[in-house]
Design a protein around this ligand. Sequence first.
Ligand SMILES: [Zn+2]
Length: 272
Amino acid sequence: MRRKTKRIICIALIYTLFCLIAVLVKHFVDLKTEAESLENISEKSTDQEMELTKEPVIKVVTPGTGHVVCIDAGHQQYADMKKEPIGPGATKKKPRVDGGTIGKYTGINEYQINLDIALKLQKELEERGYTVVMTRTTNDVNISNSERSVIANDAKAEAFLRIHADGSDDNKVHGASAVCQTKNNPYNGNLYESSRKLSDCVLDGVVASTGCKKRQVIEVDSMSGINWSSVPTSIIEVGYLSNKDEEVKLTQESYQELVAKGIADGLDNYFK
Ligand SMILES: [Zn+2]
């Protein structure tokens, strides 16, 4: 009997020991899981903090902006050679919208370059707090030069900016120019001062941003898009699609961004 009792006590002790070990192991595993889940929570909250940092609650708007600007990407996919008067009440007529130039080296169409830059400029200006009106956002349109001006007039734009690229038979010619009316323009000579200032500001902005050659501000009264405009207006000729270096640059997204930034800087200066 004593032996049997001893054995029972021994078995009971071993069983208790096993139970104790099992309880300890379970407790340890639980602790570990808890620690891991705490770690996950802290990782998640760090992620959330990062997201919050990326999206500030208050949107910073650049001071001095909020102006209405109309952007016209020059030309369109198909020229419309039907004629329209070159100004309100004019007897002289010119094609509604011609085909623009074509890159000598890459074959790129001017209307495409103009649109690429115009869309980048739209984004840049909107980010700076401007109200932007676009005459077109695709190539497949038919809007004459005078109709584009009317879009700017109706929008009461404070500046009507038309984006174009140049072409020349001389492949050495390169650089940017701007175009506005003369002070004697019979349709809107009263807008000469502001249009000239706009042209100077935008041309200087593009030259500073891209480092391209500064050519000149040309004053002419033969452009329908200028003559029909009843708001300050300028054509920015961003470069030559007949000069190899400049043409290749103008097809590059990064250079187009610089042109758009330069135009936007010029507009900021114009409105200062
Ligand atoms: Zn053009």
